[in-house]
Write a protein that binds this ligand. Structure first.
Ligand code: SF4
Length: 554
């Protein structure tokens, strides 16, 4: 029997009439598509596009692609058309979507838990060099993104990725996206619990499963047992955060309903303690609630955060327990405030087995295929077969013996991969921006890179943990709302009245147990040219006026 909304949704849920009649909730019996996205998802499951890519589009070329596949279903396999080259930010939102499309694609490789073997990393690097003009960005969701991908090459890229256990399945689209995991899962001396088995089981059970491939919008998830709270759990649709229960021991605290972009909301705790074995069931229950009760009328109200905000945590927990798990969950404690303020694992750290892991900072997540291949070679030359990506656009090499630490640090630093970076190198993230993203208004990666160089030159003594996040548009791919200094790309007027690239400034956002959104500084927009001067002024004022122990965000 083909999967349909009607047979995917539990009968008990279907009988319920939702409070939000007309929001397109399947659980309220609303199966008629209310917008174009819901229509194309109903017409054909996004996962089915793979066969057409393999048998038709890759053979007949870009022009043969059905528009509903091109701008819709191809995302289910990690493919977006990239921005046509040479268009500036004034064209975004003015030109029709098809006029912004290049015939090349961005391709996202999902790296659940940020875990890679050196063999996998080598393949990722080789694909970059052979098919993606050397491009490869480490994203703040632990993925790798290529650009310049031709549709003709996609089946071969899949063959090579899948031969080493990687995939692009549901890397984009209205799907369960990559599952973030602690980059030091299983090795950190201070770990509360290793969530890796749960990530593996969720992948096996949920990813690529057509019961969960038509969600109202994307579904972002995270599992981490690190006391550093290292997966930005507050801004995921579902997150499992390591805690010690006084009676039951190590397990996870469950958070739901976080998300940034427009109408940003922090996740809320349901007050439950979830054992490692229970995590996949609870994940399945929450994603099922999202599928069945999520709002499908308006795309900008479809993320889980809107349902959670309307229901509140008590009702959400009760529906989860009564309708989906059919049992009560155990009450549990909240996570504790982390001791450190950096969450990225950069630097040299002793593992619980006595070896070391070495975290390093590329420039705003930008690496390239040749560099990734060299990282794999360096790791292997130092006795390691494992690397990790982080949710801060950083990377780690694991399992380095003590006597080889100095040598690997030197080898990484020689590639401009800083193991002891300045706070600016360490704390600056940037989204894809106008170079390749169709929604972008301004440049981001290059500007972030030059900004950190300028700040290192101007403020060599600055030693405060700091985050500077740069977005190319009002979306939130680089998490501007939760940065100390968040920069939202837009066109602004310069002193001569010309419309030039610039940024709306948000100050004082944070993650962690003091999480909150930065304040939009009223009227404060800086041109790109003024940016280094502006950030320098802000930081100098902070240094001059801070009280003992005060951090930038307070
Ligand atoms: Fe593109 Fe905007 Fe996301 Fe940047 S924040 S990658 S410009 S959609």
């Amino acid at each position: 029997m083909a999967a349909t909304p009607e047979n995917r949704t539990p009968a008990a849920a279907r009988r319920k009439v939702g409070r939000h009649r007309g929001e397109g909730q399947w659980a309220a019996g609303h199966f008629t598509p209310l917008n174009g996205n819901e229509q194309f998802k109903k017409d054909d499951d996004g996962l089915n596009v793979r066969t057409r890519i393999e048998t038709v589009y890759s053979k007949r070329g870009f022009d043969s692609i059905d528009p509903n596949d091109l701008r819709g279903r191809m995302r289910w396999w990690g493919l977006y058309t990239q921005r046509k080259q040479g268009l500036d930010g004034t064209k975004t939102g003015v030109l029709e979507p098809e006029e912004l499309d290049d015939e090349y694609f961005m391709l996202r490789v999902r790296i659940d838990g940020g875990r890679l073997t050196t063999e996998q990393l080598r393949v990722v690097g080789e694909i970059s060099e052979e098919f993606a003009r050397g491009t490869a960005d480490i994203t703040d969701r632990q993925n790798v993104q290529y650009h310049w991908i031709r549709i003709e090459d996609v089946p071969e890229i899949w063959n090579r990725l899948e031969a080493v256990g990687l995939s692009t399945t549901e890397a984009c689209g209205d799907t369960p996206r990559v599952i973030l995991g602690s980059p030091v899962a299983g090795i950190a001396a201070d770990e509360i619990i290793d969530g890796t088995p749960a990530i593996d089981e969720i992948q096996r059970r949920i990813i690529g499963n057509k019961d969960f491939s038509n969600l109202p919008r994307k579904f972002k998830s995270a599992v981490s047992g690190s006391p550093l709270l290292d997966v930005a759990h507050e801004i995921n649709d579902i997150a499992f955060v390591g805690v010690n229960h006084p009676e039951h021991g190590p397990g996870f605290d469950l958070w739901v309903g976080g998300g940034l972009s427009t109408n940003p909301k922090l996740g809320v705790r349901l007050g439950t303690w979830v054992s490692l074995d229970e995590v996949p069931d609870v994940y399945e229950g929450v994603i099922s609630i999202f599928r069945d009760y999520g709002y499908r009328r308006l795309r900008n109200r479809a993320r889980l955060k809107f349902l959670v905000a309307d229901w509140g945590p008590e009702k959400f927990r009760q529906v989860l327990e009564d309708e989906y798990l059919k049992r009560k969950l155990t009450d549990g404690p909240a996570p504790e405030q982390p001791a450190g303020r950096w969450r990225d694992h950069v630097g040299v750290h002793r593992q619980k087995d006595g070896r070391f892991y070495v975290g390093f900072a590329p420039r705003v997540g930008r690496v390239d295929g040749a560099t990734l291949t060299k990282i794999a070679e360096i790791a292997e030359a130092h006795g390691s077969g494992r690397v990790r990506t982080t949710a801060e656009q950083k990377m780690l090499v694991l399992d380095v013996e003590e006597e080889r630490v100095e040598s690997i640090v030197a080898a990484l630093e020689a590639l401009d991969l800083r193991v002891t970076p300045s706070p600016f190198r360490r704390g600056t993230m940037a989204c894809t921006g106008i170079e390749f993203c169709k929604l972008a208004i301004v440049e981001t990666k290059g500007r972030g890179s030059s900004l950190m160089d300028e700040l290192e030159r101007r403020l060599p003594e600055f030693d405060e943990p700091l985050t500077i996040n740069i977005n190319g548009c009002p979306n939130a791919c680089a998490r501007i709302q939760v940065a100390d200094i968040g920069l939202k790309g837009q066109l602004v007027l310069d002193d001569d009245g010309n419309r030039v690239e610039g940024y709306q400034v948000h100050l004082g956002g944070a993650l962690g147990l003091e999480a909150g959104f930065g304040r939009k500084v009223r009227g404060l927009k800086v041109t790109a040219a003024e940016l280094p001067d502006y950030v320098e002024r802000v930081l100098k004022r902070f240094q001059a006026e801070r009280e003992t122990g005060e951090r930038f965000a307070t």
